[in-house]
Ligand binder design. Structure first.
Ligand code: NA7
Length: 532
């Protein structure tokens, strides 16, 4: 097998892989990107389920570095749907002439570090072998989809799909009896979209969540004149906020206002689109149990107002602290449960026992189904990395190193794996963030680092173990200082993946604080890293 040589190999051609490919080429590096799918787009390529759409405002979810892209591209809605997002990423890839460096339908199977040569030896499942100094993992924090371990799936005679592997041609669900397992951000989008099409819908809910109205709307020509004028201010705003969205926390504590003022603030946030109620709430929403309880109760009240049957409304009442699980945005989700052909099964009362030939059996009855939809989520943050055979110095396996939970430095590198950079890896602000905004920050930082190495004549970079330990301890302590410490079964902690060590994978202080830390490290001559 002959070996090809590149300066850098990128795994993935989604939002992050495309951005990295562009920036690294700008540095004059030779780059090869490998992509498992037959087109660009990553999650937007795979998640073609009905109702898939942005929860970030469309005009913030775009590459900011190209005035041409900003000028030419127009989103039709405040929160665009998946086909439009995929069209944008294809358009960007073509405009930036990226496709010629992407090898599609090619999956990286292994990547081994060769210490003698300070380079990575990469093999694909399709038999290609490549050597590259730098390995950039742009595999996505939410791409390793998972089916629940429910007995009997192979016996089911109907069709079944995970939302992240929806058939490309779409599915005709008219007249069908459909069961949906999962009510996270994905489940909510699917349920509210297909409810009006199917003959019968059964929703299997394990944990109710706080869904908030998305308030989607078309964007008019006038909106666009304003957006184009304001792009610099929009991006500057997103740089300041915790999640890279236009919504930033209210600087006031919820404790310092009167109950009437608090209610007025809640109502005003509720009326706004997107994540306003979550990410624009009082600054102590995520740290003070009382403030969080008030906000949680406010949302529960809103849910009760929309669901006619009090018994169904009771099943939909979340009990965890608002925001400690990802908040889904909805358009008519709760009204679905007022429909006679929709049934909500509370799995806390009646768990699923097995899948049968004809449907799903819970503890108290059988549900006959033609189609089962698994909106059951992902092995988040680490799954797509640890599924690859990645070996660092001395043959150490990444999967083994992270068995008890990931340890990283800045969520960008991990000791023992020189020249491997993870965009959107664990402990990186990107994995809970407006993906493009945070990806650009990661990629800028990596590009700056590679430029620094070239100028200084370095061939390898790796974190020092003490720096990694300190960062990992900081990430954990920062999460513990918020209400995330409460015991919720969320992908933020890897708790949604059976058998996975429970360990925080997001960066709780958020994107703006993360950017500052990364910039500070670079300013101090890449403090905490070792160069070779
Ligand atoms: P999530 O947020 O992980 O949601 C998965 C849902 O599936 C959630 O309601 C789970 O219930 C449910 N689930 C998972 N396994 C099971 C089993 N075995 N039985 C019943 N129900 C189950 O994934 P999403 O795809 O919705 O969203 C992922 C991210 O994508 C989201 O945060 C956005 O950033 C986009 P649970 O809550 O664990 O009880």
């Amino acid at each position: 097998m002959s070996t090809q040589h590149f300066d850098a190999v990128i795994i993935g051609a989604g939002v992050a892989g495309l951005c990295a490919l562009h920036r690294l080429r700008e540095l004059g590096l030779s780059v090869r990107a490998y992509e498992r799918a037959s087109g660009v787009g990553g999650v937007w390529y795979w998640n073609r389920y009905p109702g898939a759409r942005f929860d970030s405002e469309s005009y913030t979810y775009c590459y900011s570095f190209s005035p041409q892209l900003l000028e030419e591209w127009t989103w039709s809605e405040r929160f665009a749907a998946q086909p439009e997002v995929l069209a944008y990423l294809n358009y960007a890839a073509e405009k930036l002439d990226l496709l010629r460096d992407v090898r599609f339908e090619t999956e990286v199977a292994s990547a081994w570090y060769d210490a003698r040569d300070h380079s990575w030896l990469i093999e694909t499942g399709q038999g290609e072998r490549t050597r590259a100094r730098y390995l950039i993992a742009a595999v996505g924090p939410l791409s390793a989809y998972q089916l629940p371990d429910i007995e009997g799936l192979e016996s089911f005679r109907g069709e079944h799909y995970h939302t992240a592997r929806w058939p490309h041609g779409g599915l005709d669900l008219a007249g069908k009896r459909v069961g949906v397992i999962g009510t996270g951000a994905t489940g909510v989008q699917v349920i509210q979209t297909i409810a009006h099409e199917v003959d019968r819908l059964v929703v299997f809910q394990r944990t109710p969540t706080y869904c908030m109205p998305q308030r989607n709307a078309p964007l008019t020509d006038e909106d666009w004149r304003e957006i184009r004028r304001s792009y610099p201010a929009i991006f500057a705003r997103c740089r300041e906020t915790m999640g890279g969205f236009v919504h930033g926390f209210d600087p006031r504590s919820g404790l310092e206002v009167t109950p009437e003022e608090r209610e007025a603030v809640f109502e005003s946030l509720w009326a706004q689109p997107g994540f306003a109620f979550w990410q624009g709430n009082f600054m102590d929403l995520m740290t003070d149990e009382t403030v969080n309880r008030w906000a949680s109760e406010f949302v529960r009240r809103k849910i009760r107002e929309r669901v006619r049957d009090p018994a169904i409304a009771a099943k939909l009442m979340p009990v965890h602290a608002l925001g400690t699980k990802r908040v889904p945005l909805e358009n008519g989700y709760y009204e679905v449960y007022n429909e006679a052909h929709v049934e909500l099964v509370d799995l806390r009362e009646t768990p699923i026992e097995r899948i049968t030939r004809t449907g799903i059996r819970t503890r108290d009855r059988d549900y006959a189904l033609d189609v089962i939809v698994f909106a059951t989520g992902f092995d988040a943050a680490t799954g797509a990395l640890t599924r690859i055979d990645i070996r660092g110095e001395g043959g150490i396996l990444l999967r083994e190193k992270w068995r008890e939970g990931p340890s990283t430095y800045l969520g960008l590198q991990t000791a023992g794996f020189p020249n491997l950079f993870t965009i959107g890896g664990p402990h990186n602000a990107t994995n809970f963030c407006n993906a493009v905004r945070c990806t650009e920050q990661n990629v800028d930082w990596i590009a700056g680092c590679l430029r620094h190495m070239r100028d200084a004549g370095h061939v390898a970079i790796v974190p020092r173990v003490d720096a990694e330990n300190a960062w990992t301890a900081h990430v954990r302590a920062a999460a513990e200082a918020t209400l995330l410490r409460c015991d919720t079964n969320t992908w933020f902690y890897g708790a949604n993946t059976p058998g996975k060590a429970k360990s925080v994978s997001i960066y709780a202080p958020g994107a703006a604080a993360y950017r500052e830390r990364c910039d500070e490290v670079a300013r101090r001559g890449y403090e905490g890293f070792e160069f070779r």
